[in-house]
Design a protein around this ligand. Structure first.
Ligand code: G3H
Length: 236
Protein backbone atom coordinates (compact mmCIF):
# COMPACT_ATOMS: atom_id res chain seq x y z
CA UNK A 1 0.00 0.00 0.00
CA UNK A 2 1.36 3.41 -0.99
CA UNK A 3 2.06 5.62 1.96
CA UNK A 4 3.37 8.78 0.30
CA UNK A 5 0.80 11.49 -0.40
CA UNK A 6 0.41 13.11 -3.80
CA UNK A 7 -1.64 16.31 -3.65
CA UNK A 8 -2.41 18.40 -6.70
CA UNK A 9 -3.00 22.13 -6.26
CA UNK A 10 -4.75 23.59 -9.28
CA UNK A 11 -4.39 27.14 -7.91
CA UNK A 12 -6.62 29.61 -9.85
CA UNK A 13 -6.65 27.51 -13.01
CA UNK A 14 -9.32 25.44 -14.67
CA UNK A 15 -12.88 25.47 -15.92
CA UNK A 16 -15.79 23.04 -15.96
CA UNK A 17 -14.35 21.64 -19.18
CA UNK A 18 -10.91 21.16 -17.67
CA UNK A 19 -12.32 19.45 -14.57
CA UNK A 20 -14.42 17.18 -16.81
CA UNK A 21 -11.38 16.25 -18.89
CA UNK A 22 -8.79 15.63 -16.14
CA UNK A 23 -10.67 14.07 -13.23
CA UNK A 24 -12.29 11.12 -15.06
CA UNK A 25 -8.79 10.10 -16.13
CA UNK A 26 -7.71 10.06 -12.50
CA UNK A 27 -10.82 8.08 -11.59
CA UNK A 28 -10.07 5.50 -14.29
CA UNK A 29 -6.51 5.05 -13.00
CA UNK A 30 -7.75 3.42 -9.77
CA UNK A 31 -5.57 5.56 -7.53
CA UNK A 32 -5.59 5.07 -3.78
CA UNK A 33 -6.73 7.47 -1.04
CA UNK A 34 -3.19 8.88 -0.81
CA UNK A 35 -3.95 11.03 -3.89
CA UNK A 36 -5.88 14.29 -3.67
CA UNK A 37 -6.76 17.23 -5.89
CA UNK A 38 -7.26 20.70 -4.43
CA UNK A 39 -9.29 22.59 -6.96
CA UNK A 40 -11.03 26.00 -6.97
CA UNK A 41 -14.15 26.19 -4.75
CA UNK A 42 -16.71 26.38 -7.59
CA UNK A 43 -15.63 22.98 -8.92
CA UNK A 44 -15.44 21.01 -5.67
CA UNK A 45 -18.90 19.46 -5.92
CA UNK A 46 -18.40 18.60 -9.59
CA UNK A 47 -15.06 17.01 -8.68
CA UNK A 48 -16.72 14.98 -5.93
CA UNK A 49 -19.27 13.64 -8.37
CA UNK A 50 -16.68 12.84 -11.06
CA UNK A 51 -14.52 11.02 -8.50
CA UNK A 52 -17.36 9.30 -6.65
CA UNK A 53 -16.29 5.80 -7.67
CA UNK A 54 -12.64 6.46 -6.93
CA UNK A 55 -10.63 6.83 -3.74
CA UNK A 56 -9.05 10.11 -4.86
CA UNK A 57 -9.77 12.81 -2.30
CA UNK A 58 -10.96 16.32 -3.06
CA UNK A 59 -9.58 19.34 -1.26
CA UNK A 60 -9.67 23.13 -1.22
CA UNK A 61 -6.82 25.62 -1.43
CA UNK A 62 -7.85 27.92 1.41
CA UNK A 63 -10.48 28.33 4.12
CA UNK A 64 -11.69 31.01 6.49
CA UNK A 65 -10.24 31.15 9.97
CA UNK A 66 -13.76 32.03 11.21
CA UNK A 67 -16.41 29.43 11.87
CA UNK A 68 -19.57 31.30 10.85
CA UNK A 69 -20.87 34.85 10.56
CA UNK A 70 -20.78 38.09 8.59
CA UNK A 71 -17.53 37.55 6.70
CA UNK A 72 -18.44 38.44 3.11
CA UNK A 73 -16.67 36.29 0.57
CA UNK A 74 -15.33 33.79 3.09
CA UNK A 75 -15.86 30.01 3.04
CA UNK A 76 -15.87 28.11 6.33
CA UNK A 77 -14.31 24.75 7.07
CA UNK A 78 -17.71 23.30 7.97
CA UNK A 79 -19.05 24.37 4.54
CA UNK A 80 -16.14 22.59 2.88
CA UNK A 81 -16.79 19.47 4.95
CA UNK A 82 -20.48 19.76 4.07
CA UNK A 83 -19.76 19.57 0.32
CA UNK A 84 -17.43 16.60 0.72
CA UNK A 85 -13.99 18.20 0.94
CA UNK A 86 -11.50 16.09 2.80
CA UNK A 87 -8.42 18.29 3.01
CA UNK A 88 -7.40 21.94 2.76
CA UNK A 89 -4.12 23.70 1.98
CA UNK A 90 -3.38 26.49 4.48
CA UNK A 91 -0.61 29.07 4.57
CA UNK A 92 0.50 28.58 0.96
CA UNK A 93 3.27 31.03 0.00
CA UNK A 94 0.94 32.64 -2.55
CA UNK A 95 -1.63 33.33 0.20
CA UNK A 96 1.14 34.80 2.32
CA UNK A 97 2.59 36.92 -0.52
CA UNK A 98 -0.51 38.17 -2.36
CA UNK A 99 -3.07 38.22 0.45
CA UNK A 100 -0.86 39.21 3.37
CA UNK A 101 -1.55 36.10 5.40
CA UNK A 102 0.62 35.41 8.41
CA UNK A 103 1.52 32.15 10.09
CA UNK A 104 -0.94 33.09 12.84
CA UNK A 105 -3.76 33.37 10.26
CA UNK A 106 -2.74 30.03 8.79
CA UNK A 107 -2.66 28.39 12.23
CA UNK A 108 -6.20 29.63 12.94
CA UNK A 109 -7.29 28.21 9.58
CA UNK A 110 -5.60 24.95 10.46
CA UNK A 111 -7.51 24.77 13.75
CA UNK A 112 -10.78 25.55 11.94
CA UNK A 113 -10.06 22.59 9.64
CA UNK A 114 -9.41 20.27 12.58
CA UNK A 115 -12.66 21.38 14.22
CA UNK A 116 -14.52 20.49 11.01
CA UNK A 117 -12.79 17.12 10.61
CA UNK A 118 -10.73 18.24 7.60
CA UNK A 119 -7.07 17.32 7.03
CA UNK A 120 -5.01 20.53 6.75
CA UNK A 121 -1.73 20.79 4.84
CA UNK A 122 0.27 23.66 6.34
CA UNK A 123 2.81 25.21 3.95
CA UNK A 124 6.17 26.66 4.95
CA UNK A 125 9.12 27.84 2.91
CA UNK A 126 11.79 30.47 2.53
CA UNK A 127 12.29 32.86 -0.37
CA UNK A 128 15.43 33.19 -2.50
CA UNK A 129 16.89 36.02 -0.46
CA UNK A 130 16.32 34.17 2.81
CA UNK A 131 18.04 31.10 1.41
CA UNK A 132 20.94 33.12 -0.01
CA UNK A 133 21.52 34.76 3.36
CA UNK A 134 21.49 31.40 5.15
CA UNK A 135 18.36 32.25 7.17
CA UNK A 136 16.17 29.49 5.74
CA UNK A 137 16.01 27.38 8.91
CA UNK A 138 15.26 30.41 11.05
CA UNK A 139 12.36 31.32 8.72
CA UNK A 140 10.93 27.81 8.75
CA UNK A 141 11.28 27.55 12.54
CA UNK A 142 9.29 30.78 12.93
CA UNK A 143 6.59 29.49 10.57
CA UNK A 144 6.40 26.21 12.49
CA UNK A 145 6.26 27.87 15.91
CA UNK A 146 2.51 28.49 15.55
CA UNK A 147 1.87 24.75 15.35
CA UNK A 148 3.06 24.08 18.89
CA UNK A 149 0.56 22.04 20.88
CA UNK A 150 -1.42 20.82 17.86
CA UNK A 151 -1.96 17.07 17.67
CA UNK A 152 0.62 15.41 15.40
CA UNK A 153 -0.91 13.12 12.80
CA UNK A 154 -3.98 15.26 12.15
CA UNK A 155 -2.17 17.54 9.69
CA UNK A 156 0.75 17.50 7.26
CA UNK A 157 3.40 20.11 6.56
CA UNK A 158 4.46 21.02 3.02
CA UNK A 159 7.98 22.38 2.56
CA UNK A 160 7.75 24.68 -0.45
CA UNK A 161 10.67 27.06 -0.93
CA UNK A 162 9.04 29.92 -2.85
CA UNK A 163 12.05 30.16 -5.18
CA UNK A 164 11.11 26.68 -6.44
CA UNK A 165 7.37 27.33 -6.82
CA UNK A 166 6.38 27.65 -10.46
CA UNK A 167 9.95 28.43 -11.49
CA UNK A 168 11.09 25.09 -12.91
CA UNK A 169 13.99 25.24 -10.45
CA UNK A 170 13.58 22.34 -8.05
CA UNK A 171 15.40 22.17 -4.71
CA UNK A 172 18.25 19.65 -4.69
CA UNK A 173 17.82 16.28 -2.97
CA UNK A 174 20.27 17.45 -0.29
CA UNK A 175 18.32 20.64 0.37
CA UNK A 176 15.04 18.71 0.55
CA UNK A 177 16.48 16.05 2.89
CA UNK A 178 18.00 18.69 5.15
CA UNK A 179 14.82 20.75 5.45
CA UNK A 180 12.51 17.76 5.92
CA UNK A 181 14.77 16.49 8.70
CA UNK A 182 14.76 19.95 10.25
CA UNK A 183 10.94 20.17 10.16
CA UNK A 184 10.57 16.70 11.70
CA UNK A 185 13.14 17.55 14.41
CA UNK A 186 11.38 20.83 15.17
CA UNK A 187 7.90 19.29 15.37
CA UNK A 188 7.90 15.52 15.82
CA UNK A 189 9.57 12.75 13.79
CA UNK A 190 6.15 11.31 12.84
CA UNK A 191 5.00 14.53 11.17
CA UNK A 192 4.22 13.94 7.50
CA UNK A 193 6.25 16.38 5.43
CA UNK A 194 5.58 16.90 1.73
CA UNK A 195 7.85 18.66 -0.74
CA UNK A 196 6.46 21.20 -3.22
CA UNK A 197 8.10 23.30 -5.91
CA UNK A 198 8.49 22.37 -9.59
CA UNK A 199 7.68 18.68 -9.11
CA UNK A 200 7.02 17.09 -12.52
CA UNK A 201 6.63 13.64 -13.99
CA UNK A 202 10.31 13.67 -14.91
CA UNK A 203 11.67 14.43 -11.42
CA UNK A 204 9.01 12.88 -9.17
CA UNK A 205 10.80 9.58 -8.68
CA UNK A 206 13.97 11.32 -7.53
CA UNK A 207 12.12 13.66 -5.13
CA UNK A 208 9.98 10.88 -3.68
CA UNK A 209 13.09 8.79 -3.04
CA UNK A 210 14.65 11.46 -0.81
CA UNK A 211 14.86 10.58 2.87
CA UNK A 212 12.08 12.15 4.91
CA UNK A 213 9.81 12.92 1.94
CA UNK A 214 6.30 11.72 2.79
CA UNK A 215 4.75 13.01 -0.39
CA UNK A 216 4.57 15.92 -2.81
CA UNK A 217 2.42 19.00 -3.34
CA UNK A 218 2.16 19.55 -7.08
CA UNK A 219 1.13 22.79 -8.80
CA UNK A 220 1.45 23.19 -12.57
CA UNK A 221 1.96 19.50 -13.29
CA UNK A 222 -1.37 18.66 -11.60
CA UNK A 223 -3.22 20.30 -14.50
CA UNK A 224 -2.22 17.54 -16.88
CA UNK A 225 -3.77 14.13 -16.17
CA UNK A 226 -0.90 12.23 -17.76
CA UNK A 227 1.80 14.15 -15.91
CA UNK A 228 -0.05 13.99 -12.59
CA UNK A 229 -0.55 10.23 -13.05
CA UNK A 230 3.16 9.83 -13.72
CA UNK A 231 3.83 11.52 -10.36
CA UNK A 232 1.24 9.33 -8.61
CA UNK A 233 2.92 6.22 -10.01
CA UNK A 234 6.26 7.33 -8.55
CA UNK A 235 4.83 7.42 -5.00
CA UNK A 236 5.96 4.58 -2.79
O1 G3H B 1 1.13 24.05 -4.24
C1 G3H B 1 1.95 23.77 -5.12
C2 G3H B 1 3.17 24.47 -5.23
O2 G3H B 1 3.03 25.85 -5.07
C3 G3H B 1 4.10 24.05 -6.31
O3 G3H B 1 3.78 24.65 -7.54
P1 G3H B 1 4.56 24.17 -8.86
O4 G3H B 1 4.52 22.65 -8.83
O5 G3H B 1 3.81 24.75 -9.98
O6 G3H B 1 5.96 24.67 -8.71
Amino acid sequence: MTRQLVIGNWKMHGSIGKVRSVLPELARAKLGPNVAVCIPYPYVMLAKSLLKDSQVQVGAQDVSEYHVGAYTGAVSASMLADIGCELVIVGHSERRRYFGESSENAARKLRACLDAGLFPVYCVGEDAEERASGRHKEIIAAELAVLRGLPIGLYAVAYEPSWAVGTGVIATSEQIAEMHAFIKETLEPRTRVLYGGSVKGSNAEEVLAVDGVDGVLVGGAALSASEFLEICMAAR
